[in-house]
Write a protein that binds this ligand. Structure first.
Ligand code: SF4
Length: 346
């Protein structure tokens, strides 16, 4: 079935009616493929129109991600330097103290960050570690920041414990399509990931869930990934779209770059199939030109991570991000110019 525009189609390129970009959970592969296949201009026009309709005046959401427990992870995600299966010289670091995390969060807030994300390299958290993470969440919330954690698989009870601590978002990515998934990771099934997402939703937490582009997958896989996300019972509030950071010693270190315009198409299609979600331009910005990043924002990305590191991989230098955001005239979530309070300190 095609969704190529017709005058009468609810998916017409003329997005003037309320039905033109409905929130749907029944996307077919053919429909999503047809979006990818649109002429670039048409796709961007449609995606940006959805962005204006659902996110008018919302400004750029700015997050920072801290690795609170690094390395030694038993999972075998082929892209990750923190896996014990990767041959990298990454030094494992035990779970940080609450005080050290709160210090980092306070610095992030001073640098204009709105959401503070904390990641731990676990298959799933142990109970006593979870208690410490909950104390971190409470402390970060008290600083006036939104909170997100990514800790691996959760039970219902663990998700509830995190919700009780005041956590806003839980991140757990599906990474890629169901078909390509076993080429990326074998120690945890996609269904296990979906089960964790269900526990997170049941606990009333907001969901951050997306994937990675450039792992050797085909466009069909990118279609499959977006279909899986868009047909979840509720769309993730936050959808990170990462460009693979190739790390020597990981299984996917030598995958070929995905064409920048194909990356923009992936962002644009994500924008259209999950209209109300915030699409996050996540890992890989370091290797993108300013112009490519600007195109991703125009295509529907509404959030970036700032700070020198994204867990263990590098990110653009803070001054580069400040300059780019200022040059683009981007506003903060409150529609005000972004205040770089700590400019002189970074
Ligand atoms: S991506 Fe997460 S779960 Fe996978 S190996 Fe890395 S730290 Fe472990």
């Amino acid at each position: 079935m095609s969704i190529r525009p017709t005058e009468s189609s609810a998916h017409s390129s003329n997005l003037s009616g309320d039905d033109a970009a409905p929130i749907r959970h029944d996307w077919t592969r053919e429909q999503i493929t047809a979006l990818f296949d649109l002429p670039f201009d048409d796709l961007l026009y449609r995606a940006h129109t959805v962005q204006r309709r659902y996110h008018a005046g919302r400004g750029l959401q700015i997050s920072q991600l801290l690795s609170i427990k690094t390395g030694g992870c038993p999972e075998d995600c082929g892209y990750c330097s923190q896996s014990v299966h990767a041959e990298t010289d990454l030094k494992a670091i035990a779970l940080m103290s609450v005080d050290a995390v709160l210090q980092a969060a306070a610095q992030a807030k001073a640098a204009g960050v709105q959401r503070f994300c904390m990641g731990a390299a676990w298959r799933s958290p142990r109970e006593r570690d979870l208690e410490r993470v909950c104390a971190m969440v409470e402390g970060v919330k008290a600083l006036g920041l939104e909170t997100c954690v990514t800790l691996g698989m959760l039970t219902d009870a663990q998700a509830q414990r995190l919700a009780d601590s005041g956590l806003d978002y839980y991140n757990h990515n599906i990474d890629t399509s169901p078909e390509y998934y076993p080429s990326v990771i074998t120690t945890r099934t996609l269904q296990e990931r979906l089960d964790t997402l269900e526990h997170v939703r049941n606990a009333g937490l907001k969901v951050c869930c997306g994937g990675i582009v450039g792992m050797g997958e085909s466009r069909e896989d990118r279609v499959g990934m977006l279909q899986t996300l868009a047909n979840l019972p509720a769309h993730p509030e936050s959808v990170p779209v990462n460009s693979l950071m190739r790390i020597e010693g990981t299984r996917l270190a030598h995958e070929r770059d995905v064409d920048g315009l194909e990356f923009v198409r992936t962002i644009a299609v994500a924008r259209i199939v999950m209209p109300a979600s915030v699409i996050r331009l996540s890992a890989g910005r370091e290797h993108m030109s300013d112009e490519l990043q600007a195109l991703c924002l125009f295509a529907g990305a509404g959030s970036v991570f700032i700070g020198e590191k994204l867990l263990t991989t590098s990110n653009p230098a803070p001054h580069q991000d400040r300059e780019l955001i200022d040059r683009l005239g981007a506003t903060s979530q409150e529609s005000a110019p972004i205040q770089w309070i700590a400019k002189s300190r970074q």
